[in-house]
Structures are given as C-alpha cells and as structure tokens.
Design a protein around this ligand. Structure first.
Ligand code: SF4
Length: 404
C-alpha cells in the first residue's frame, strides 16, 4: 500500500475516540452513537497547542531523532515538515552522537532557522554533572547543529533531584539571557522518580518544560496524575515520550486490538492527546509510513471511542508482564552488582517492537561489560519486587541473545 493510500485509508476510516480517562470521552461515544454526529474534516496540518506559559505553541506531534537520518535528503524529516511537524527532538547522545550532524543539513535545506523548532538534550551522570559541564556540552551541540541557538535545551534523563537545584535553574536563566537557548527544562524516563521530579519542578519554578514517560498505561497512575496537575498548574509545558509502550508483536494481545478506524499505534497516541494537559508527543518515526500514520491520527478531529479506550486498558493489563516501566531503582536496588535492567529491557524493546536491532545493539554495547553480565547474578529479589511481574531471567537472557 502506498503512503498516500495509507493516509487516505486512515482519514476515510478515522472514527477515533478520545479520553485519558473515561470522563473525557465524547458525548457521541457515550450515547452509543444513537445520534450520528457530522464527521468533521481532518486538518491539513498537524494542530498545535500552547507549550505551558512559554507563549509559544508546538505541533502536537514532534519528530523524535534518536535514529539514523539521511544528511543528503531525509524523506521523513521533509514529510514531517510538510505536515506541520516542524519541531525536532534530538539529543547529544542520539544516533551514537551523530544526530546533530545529520540534522544540520536539514536545517540548511529548510533555509530559515526560525521555521524550525530544535530541542536538544545533554546527559550527565547524576552524581557528576555541573552547570559548566552542561554549558560546554551545549556549545558542542550548537556547533554540530551549525546553529547559534536551541529553541529548547533539556537536561537529559534526569534521575537525581540535585540537577533541578538552584545552580541549574540559574544556569538555565543565564543561557536564556545569552540567547543560546529560548526555553529550558529536563527529561525524565524512570517511572519511580518521575512524580518526585515533576513535583519538585512545579514547586521550584525555573523550568519551562518537562519531557516525561506517559502512555495509555499510565492514565490511571494517581501519583503521576497529581504531578502532571502540579506542573500544568505551574505553567510548565508537558511533552510525552514513550507513548507507544509496546510489547513484542508476537504477543497475542497485540493482535486482539480491534478498531474500524484506527491502528493500535494511532489509538495509543489519541489516548495521550486526549489529555489536554499534554502539549505534545515526541515520537520516533523511523519510516515515512510512520510519519503518515501518526500525523493522520494527529490531524483527525475524531475522538477515541469508549470501546477503543477500554480495549487499550485491557491491552495494558494483559501485556503488563512484557512491558518494563523503567522503574530502575525498584529492581536494580535488589541486585547485588551493577546490572542495568531497565536500560537493557528498553533496548530489547527497540529491537523487538520497533525493528531497530542495530541501534539497540549499539546502545547495549555501550554499557560497560559488568552492567550486562548476567552469569552468577541472583535475580530472585528483583523478580519479586518488579511491579509488572516481568520474567527478568528470561527477558534479560533474551536481550543477551538478541543484542550481544
Ligand atoms: S524490570 Fe520491573 S522493576 Fe525493573 S525497571 Fe522494569 S518494570 Fe521496573
């Protein structure tokens, strides 16, 4: 099927539904469709939402650039741009450190830096990074991107609340004044620390944005919802990542999703967009078909039906033992040794669910050997502690088999 056909199919059959919670479902969905509502026209470009109190708005779909891009002419980036997805999310560590250098030619091809929004991120191990380290790395990012400013600069994969302290807030303010960045924030991936970090940011101020793990699986998480509320009230722009929260395709639960209108991927995105506290989803679209699929969902005015939302909830429950939430502190603190469970299972997901085996292997290879070593490691306490009931011995062995 051609890309155009895919898009037409999605528009023509698009009878979506909305709702991060049942209370958010449309009246049309709740009345069982007894009074057919006129079908609104899809938008021609991906809609935008305000990013907190920054005064800026962003497309609700952001292109994730943790992937190998074609510096000569990247069809995915150009298709995104044509559809209004003019916001790129990258990081210094993405694509084995090559992401910025492959985005630089795209910026030139567009020809006007102001027509693009570039977010980038710098990672420093929590115990080490200083503001000076981040500033030095920011300069390196700008050099590789061949630009003199970032629209948004994020501290990447924050776990340690120290990185949200006054010296880092001051650094953000100084960088904004210098013109090197427009907005400042952080990203957080680990489920066990996300609510704490978001609450801290909401209290302290100084952060324009938080990028955080949020999917249909977390819609009912009370602590996370309170933290989202706190940030939203504080005017912090919220960007969701890891929204697909996939499990391997060979799982029967994946095949059971039924919708007249939407793919499972589209339904997952719609569930997050239904939450109006969320400004945007950053999604790694590794093929033009993915750009078309995701942007069609973004442009469709239809909302998620209660039936589809319920299916997502059932899917989440049935597949939880295959989905790692990234709460690294929970299982890794039960293991005697430096084994990196959450990162390993994330790389396994990239390989098994998103067809990114090479990238996953490269990331796995970057882990120090002792953080990958399974032999002789007693996993029993970690297995007992895992809230998802994951077969850690089996899944980590599978990671070794596929990624080593
Ligand atoms: S394996 Fe379980 S405890 Fe460990 S990070 Fe994943 S979900 Fe959390």
């Amino acid at each position: 099927m051609s890309n155009g056909e895919i898009a037409r199919r999605e528009f023509l059959t698009g009878a979506l539904a909305s709702g991060a919670g049942l209370g958010m479902l449309s009246a049309h969905a709740q009345d069982g469709g007894a009074t057919p509502a006129p079908v609104p026209e899809p938008a021609k470009r991906v809609p935008r939402r305000p990013l907190g109190k920054t005064g800026a708005d962003v497309p609700i779909l952001i292109m994730g650039c943790c992937q190998t891009l074609d510096p000569a002419y990247d069809k995915r980036l150009h298709r995104c741009y044509q559809l209004g997805v003019d916001h790129l999310d990258t990081a210094q560590m993405y694509a084995q450190g090559q992401s910025h250098k492959t985005i630089a030619p795209f910026i030139k091809q567009i020809g006007d830096r102001k027509k693009l929004w570039i977010t980038s991120k710098v990672f420093q191990e929590g115990a080490k990074g200083t503001p000076e380290d981040f500033k030095t790395n920011l300069d390196s990012c700008l050099q590789d991107l061949e630009t003199d400013y970032l629209d948004m600069f994020l501290l990447h994969i924050v776990q340690d609340p120290r990185l949200l302290g006054p010296e880092f807030i001051k650094m953000g303010e100084e960088l904004k004044k210098s013109g090197k960045i427009r907005f400042f924030g952080f990203s957080c991936h680990h489920a066990d620390s996300i609510p704490m970090l978001m609450n801290k940011a909401a209290e302290s101020g100084g952060f324009d944005t938080v990028m955080f793990r949020y999917s249909f699986r977390e819609c009912g998480d009370l602590a996370l919802n309170k933290a989202i509320d706190a940030c939203h009230k504080a005017g912090i722009g919220l960007i969701a990542i890891k929204t697909l929260a996939s499990v391997p395709d060979d799982q029967e639960q994946v095949k059971q999703f039924q919708s007249k209108s939407f793919t499972l991927t589209q339904a997952k995105l719609k569930a997050v967009w239904a939450d109006e506290r969320i400004a945007a989803i950053a999604s790694q679209m590794t093929a033009v078909e993915h750009v078309m699929e995701n942007s069609a969902a973004a442009m469709s005015p239809e909302k998620l039906a209660m039936e589809e939302f319920m299916q997502l909830q059932q899917f989440a429950a049935r597949s939880s033992h295959h989905h790692c939430k990234g709460c690294a502190g929970v299982c890794e603190s039960c293991i005697d040794g430096p084994l990196r469970v959450a990162d390993t299972l994330r790389y396994l997901m990239y390989a098994e669910c998103y067809g990114q085996r090479d990238a996953a292997r490269a990331m796995y290879a970057e882990l120090p050997r002792e953080q990958r070593m399974l032999e002789g490691v007693d996993l029993r306490a970690a297995i007992a502690a895992c809230p998802q009931g994951i077969d850690l011995a089996g899944r980590l062995a599978r990671a070794q088999e596929l990624l080593a």
